[in-house]
Design a protein around this ligand. Structure first.
Ligand code: AVI
Length: 326
């Protein structure tokens, strides 16, 4: 942690994320096996995710973009100009400009744990909005982040599109929403007026959901399996990728899509010198993507210290974007 309170990624001598090794080994030791979804996003994983956002079956990105395009005037009215927009995660080249164009902010602060993505997206945004001060911060936004001094006097709007909140179990999602309040200054007076614009995907027909996470071209399958490639490369693993298959199933009790890598035969392998075994049919649980109703979305926000102000959906009512105040 730097003196500014910014958490940086701890690295081993050989450049491998310590946390990656710890999470993978702990996840493979437990029964059933599970590895946190954040480890999907190496360079190839991020490239594959970008590709997912363009496949026919994956509707969330198009649905959210539709809302951002259609509702600019309403955002401007409810949010007002002159805020510092704090984006949790590097801005996407499509969604962020739509918001910035609509509300005329005074500064833009993208937060991301990956310095490379951060610099790339910050440079792109600075080029598109020449008069807008851009202050990228390399930080783990799951914890409270100290914002740059330059934005201290400004009211803040947090922006968390994409329904990434859905990739967390509710307890972690509530912790994040509370950290966002702290980052945005909500508990210090300056942020009494702090607002949050957050994307939350909606519960719908299970066939539509399962197809969105198991597209016919196999892009999501490749995204899931890339985790194995990454483990084998970075953690000296011997996992036989050909014996694992991509599964995406709707868990109705917990209202979430689960992605798994399921063994098609009994396998043994090692990771970082440690031995593991899987029986045919055993799986490694690699991702949860929770889906919300109006009520469950509001409950989550309230539990995280945010009061919903206004909710928009796309024309097909697949996805919601919610504005909340601290
Ligand atoms: C990043 N996140 C919101 C995506 C989702 O829909 O849960 C990740 C993803 N996983 C498979 N497809 C997309």
């Amino acid at each position: 942690t730097t003196e500014k309170g910014i958490a940086l990624v701890e690295r081993d001598k050989d450049g491998v994320d310590k946390a990656f090794r710890q999470d993978v080994l702990a996840g493979l030791r437990q029964q059933p096996k599970a590895i946190p979804a954040r480890w999907f996003y190496d360079e190839e994983g991020s490239r594959l995710f970008e590709k997912i956002t363009q496949v026919e079956e994956y509707y969330p990105t198009r649905a959210e973009t539709e809302i951002l395009t259609a509702r600019g005037a309403e955002f401007a009215k409810l949010i007002g100009p002159g805020r510092a927009v704090v984006e949790f995660g590097s801005g996407s080249s499509v969604k962020t400009p739509l918001l910035l164009e609509a509300i005329a902010p005074a500064a833009y602060v993208p937060l991301d744990i990956s310095g490379d993505f951060l610099r790339e997206s910050a440079a792109g945004l600075a080029q598109k909005f020449p008069g807008l001060p851009v202050h990228p911060v390399e930080a783990d936004f799951m914890r409270r982040v100290t914002l740059p001094e330059a934005v201290e006097p400004l009211a803040r709007l947090g922006f968390f599109p994409g329904s990434t909140i859905g990739n967390m179990v509710p307890r972690t999602a509530v912790d994040l929403l509370r950290s966002m309040r702290a980052t945005l200054g909500a508990d210090e007076g300056v942020g009494d007026s702090a607002m949050l614009l957050i994307g939350m995907d909606l519960v719908k027909d299970r066939k539509v959901l399962e197809a969105a996470y198991d597209d016919a071209d196999g892009v999501t399958g490749a995204f899931n399996k890339n985790l194995v490639t990454r483990i084998n490369r970075e953690l000296d693993g011997t996992i036989p990728a050909d014996a694992l298959t991509h599964d995406a199933v709707w868990n109705d009790r917990l209202a979430r899509i689960e992605m798994h890598l399921t063994a098609t035969r009994d396998i043994d392998f090692t990771v970082s010198g440690e031995s593991f075994a899987m029986k045919q049919g055993d799986s490694i649980h690699t991702e949860n993507s929770h889906k919300f109703t109006r009520r469950s979305a509001n409950m989550l926000l309230l539990a995280g210290g945010w009061t919903p102000v206004k909710r928009w959906t796309d024309s097909a009512k697949r996805f919601s974007l919610i504005l909340a105040r601290a």
